[in-house]
Structure formats: structure tokens, C-alpha cells
Design a protein around this ligand. Structure first.
Ligand code: AMP
Length: 214
């Protein structure tokens, strides 16, 4: 977890690839849902385009269904879920009933000005979803994805106005989730104001340390 623009998606993708487990990113799931022609898609578009969260009941059902797919039974990296205390509670309740556990929550931290600069420079591949930045994580060729050659574009929910709103919503609704995991000893903060590889090494060191073995 961490504020928008802190590098969750990039770190989650690398970690999941290294561990051989899927990334479950509710933001990516909602970006697919919003393209459909349904009342749910209309609701999701409205929330995303305002920089607000999708209602808990929709989000919880979608995320928990995904975590029950066979590929996620042996482990997963969550990205962008849970983002509210009711979501975190629902996840613990469901997992408690199934003898599964969220062992480790990584909180990526960076100063506000770094986050704003990253959000402004963020470009995402329309084909494979990989995120790039104008800074340390820039693509080799401007506008083109290093991995699949897809075209890079700004996310539709990332106008400067929406970005400011998303940061505010994060402070109001998601910062309490960090406190929730801190209370149960599962929260581990990592300094994300460094090169992508350094942040990734710290996360892996954390996961392989005694801090996380249940
Ligand atoms: P992300 O790609 O994780 O930044 O998510 C993009 C947008 O999808 C968010 O601004 C929300 O509108 C919606 N979204 C993603 N995850 C959640 C969540 N766990 N709870 C509510 N809304 C979410």
C-alpha cells in the first residue's frame, strides 16, 4: 500500500514475477470493468473519473472472488486493495474463515513533492499495463513500452485535478488502513524515494526475513 504515484504497481509486478504468483490489482480490474456496457461500468467510470473510490461492497466482492481463483490459492501480491478499513476487515474475516492469512503489508513511503512529480510523469502501456515515468523509470523510447512495444499514455483518471483529489481521498480513507495493519503487527514501511531496484531489494529482504514468517 501507499499513496497514488508512490510505485505500488511497478513494485507489485516485479515482486509477483519473482515469486511466481499473480498480482491482484483492483485498479486494473476496474479499468477493464469501466470499458463494459453495464450499470456497474457506469458506476465505476463515475467514481474513477472523480478520483473517488468505488463503493466497498462492489470492490470487496470483486477482490475476494479474484483471490479465490485457483492461481491465487498459493499466494498473491495485492496492489491497491484493501484501501478502506471495511475492505481490510472483510479480507481478514474471509481469510480467517478459510485458514488463510495476510502475512505482510508493505507501506511504500515518499515525500509529497516526489509523489506529485511521479504522478505527473506517469505513462502506462495500453497493451500490457506496465507503468513508466519521466524520471528513473523512463522507457527506452519515449512513448513506447520496453516490454511489448505498446503505446504509452496518461491514465484517464489522472488529470492534475483528479490527482489532487486522489491524494486527499488516500489520506482520508486509506491512511487509517495503515494504522489497522500496524496494530496487528503486519505493517512494514519501506522508503520508496529511491531507485526501483533498491526499493524492490528492500521489499524482498523484508519478505525473506523473520518479520514475515507466520
Ligand atoms: P489504482 O490503479 O490502484 O490507482 O486505482 C484506480 C482507481 O480505481 C481508484 O482511484 C479508484 O477509483 C478505483 N479503485 C481501485 N482500487 C480500489 C479499492 N480497493 N477500493 C475502491 N476503489 C478502488
Amino acid at each position: 500500500m501507499g499513496p497514488p504515484g508512490v510505485g505500488k504497481g511497478t513494485q507489485a509486478q516485479r515482486l509477483a514475477a519473482a515469486c511466481g504468483v499473480p498480482v491482484v490489482a483492483t485498479g486494473d480490474m476496474f479499468r477493464k470493468v469501466r470499458l463494459e456496457n453495464s450499470p456497474l461500468a457506469t458506476k465505476v467510470r463515475e467514481c474513477m473519473d472523480r478520483g473517488e473510490y468505488v463503493p466497498d461492497e462492489l470492490t470487496i466482492q470483486m477482490a475476494l472472488d479474484r483471490l479465490n481463483q485457483p492461481d491465487a490459492r498459493k499466494g498473491f501480491v495485492l496492489d491497491g486493495f484493501p484501501r478502506t478499513v471495511p475492505q481490510a476487515e472483510a479480507l481478514d474475516r474471509r481469510f480467517g474463515a478459510e485458514n488463510r492469512t495476510i502475512k505482510c503489508v508493505v507501506l511504500l513511503e515518499a515525500p509529497a513533492e516526489v509523489i506529485l512529480a511521479r504522478l505527473t510523469g506517469r505513462r502506462v502501456c495500453g497493451r500490457c499495463g506496465r507503468a513508466f515515468n519521466s524520471g528513473a523509470n523512463a522507457p527506452r523510447t519515449t512513448g513506447i513500452c520496453d516490454d511489448c512495444g505498446g503505446e504509452l499514455a496518461r491514465r484517464t483518471d489522472e488529470s492534475p485535478e483528479v490527482q489532487r483529489k486522489r491524494l486527499k481521498v488516500y489520506q482520508q480513507q486509506t491512511a487509517p488502513v495503515a494504522a489497522y495493519y500496524l496494530r496487528s503487527g503486519r505493517l512494514h514501511a519501506v522508503d520508496a524515494d529511491r531507485a526501483v531496484d533498491e526499493v524492490q531489494s528492500d521489499i524482498r529482504r523484508l519478505l525473506s526475513s523473520g518479520a514475515v514468517t507466520a
